[in-house]
Design a protein around this ligand. Structure first.
Ligand code: GDP
Ligand code: GDP
Length: 454
């Protein structure tokens, strides 16, 4: 039952969708052949699109990362969407509807050499209702003779038409300036974080071996480790040299003093644990391999997952583990660690020092995953194939469609799927599992959020 409880807690967390997007989205709409793809490639400088050209793989035009003047944003080519509406006009209008409700700004592309068609007018009518900014690009203005035709596009009621030539690059800088102005300012990605040593928390239930491990890692003779620069009185953190790198072990004052929590203070112990996890980037969760996995262990793991920290599992007291215990332990871990199958397990003994040097590489791997971002184009190339092979289950008679996705954040890696309907937790777990099969992310939680267009 306790395992189910852990599951439910983490489940609740997943349902709490809606991470702040660190990267705003621009959707590009318009009739076929007006030059949307050409323009998208122009906006991208064709960097990412090239990555996508895998022979034998049908490549939908979906979503890519773009950057202009240091501002990153995601470009979505709605030409890749199949809205199911019948007739060209209906289809393009439906794309515009979806664009309006998913993107932060919309770019309507019109072919200036043709002028505004009835389809363009219908789409403009839809877009005039948009609460988000809408930009109008008059494309295929390869030379100045078309400027009069450009002016006539004011009639679409979307403001000033910007004359561009996607083919020749005319005014693409001006267009990008306007796009970046229209998009909301993005909150910074997890950023590079504070410089200096990576922050590690050492947590686990009482008597699991935290003090012993810290002492082993810092050299047994030195009870007090190097004080962190700048803190002269009672430094709470320890700087520890592991595998040629300095790490900052957070909140270790209690461990060094070997202040052991008396009974009844479990609540405070858990607050301390929580504080240490919050202060860290990566957490070493110590488990006592010689004893059955307990509810307390699972609570600590839940805290780590909820806090979104990278994680390494250290199975301590391995010197006490015999053949029989090993067999039992495997089964306990299979059952107990279902929510953290991605965490690396290192079998150690703080007492003998066995394998403690395997911790540093595991920490590094976990942090690399925690910091990692999959480019939008690569993500969507993979996702569109996954969804084509295994579409989300029908709900209320409707088949939810995933329009596109971006990895909106790192630390922890967070995917946002833009959909036309709710995706069940089971399907999101499936997406996560497949995502890990394809991209790895060992040692880090990965969050999957869903943004249903309203
Ligand atoms: P989409 O269907 O809207 O994505 O349009 P494409 O990007 O596939 O372009 C359709 C056609 O228009 C292609 O043959 C492009 O080479 C051409 N095209 C795109 N932009 C321009 C432009 O600025 N000038 C001219 N002359 N042709 C263009
Ligand atoms: P803490 O409460 O998590 O800081 O745990 P301690 O480091 O104080 O360890 C609790 C007890 O477990 C002490 O008696 C340690 O000597 C013992 N211990 C710690 N690590 C190991 C280990 O790897 N093997 C064995 N056999 N005993 C250990």
């Amino acid at each position: 039952a306790e395992f189910a409880a852990l599951d439910a807690q983490v489940e609740g967390l997943e349902d709490d969708a809606g991470a702040v997007l660190s990267q705003p989205v621009l959707a590009v709409v318009g009739r076929p052949n007006v030059g949307k793809s050409t323009l998208v490639n122009r906006i991208l400088g064709r960097r990412e699109a090239v990555v996508q050209d895998v022979p034998g793989v049908t490549r939908d035009r979906i979503a890519y990362d773009a950057m202009w003047n240091g501002r990153r944003f995601t470009v979505v080519d709605t030409g890749g969407w199949e809205p199911g509406a019948s007739g060209l006009q209906g289809a393009v209008a439906a794309q515009a509807e979806m664009a309006m409700s998913t993107a932060d700004a919309v770019l309507l592309v019109v072919d200036a050499s043709v002028g505004a068609t009835t389809t363009d007018e219908a789409v403009a009518k839809v877009l005039r209702r948009s609460k988000r900014p809408v930009l109008l690009a008059a494309n295929k203005v390869d030379d100045n003779r078309l400027m009069a035709d450009v002016a006539s596009l004011w009639s679409l009621g979307l403001g000033e038409p910007m004359a561009v030539s996607a083919l020749h690059g005319r005014s693409s800088g001006d267009l990008l300036d306007a796009i970046v102005r229209a998009l909301p300012e993005a909150p910074r990605d997890g950023g590079e974080g504070a410089a200096g040593p990576r922050r590690v928390a050492l947590v686990g239930k009482p008597n699991v071996g935290k003090s012993s491990l810290l002492n082993k890692l810092t050299g047994e003779e030195r009870a007090v480790v190097d004080a962190v620069a700048g803190t002269t009185v009672d430094p709470v953190d320890s700087l520890v040299e592991l595998d040629g790198e300095t790490w900052r072990f957070v909140d270790t004052a209690g461990l060094r003093k070997r202040v052991h929590t008396a009974s009844g203070t479990e609540y405070y112990a858990s607050l301390r644990t929580k504080a240490a996890i919050d202060a860290a980037e990566v957490v070493i969760v110590l488990l006592d391999a010689s004893e059955p996995l307990s509810e307390q262990d699972l609570r600590v793991l839940t805290m780590v997952v909820e806090a979104g920290r990278a994680c390494v599992l250290a199975l301590n007291k391995w010197d006490l583990v015999d053949e029989d215990r090993r067999y039992e332990l495997d089964r306990e871990l299979d059952r107990g660690l279902v929510r953290v199958p991605w965490a690396r397990k290192v079998n150690i003994s703080a007492l003998t020092g066995r394998s403690v040097r395997k911790l540093a590489p595991a920490l590094r791997t976990a942090l690399e995953s925690w910091d990692r971002r999959v480019p939008t184009g690569q993500l969507n190339g993979w996702l569109s194939e996954l969804i084509a092979a295994t579409p989300p289950p029908v709900r209320g008679g409707k088949q939810p469609k995933v329009l596109f996705a971006t990895q909106a954040a790192i630390r922890p890696p967070t995917l946002v799927l833009f959909t036309t309907g709710f995706l069940e937790a089971g399907y999101r777990r499936f997406v996560e599992r497949k995502f890990r099969e394809r991209f790895g992310f060992e040692g880090s939680p990965v969050r999957i959020n869903v943004r249903v267009r309203e």
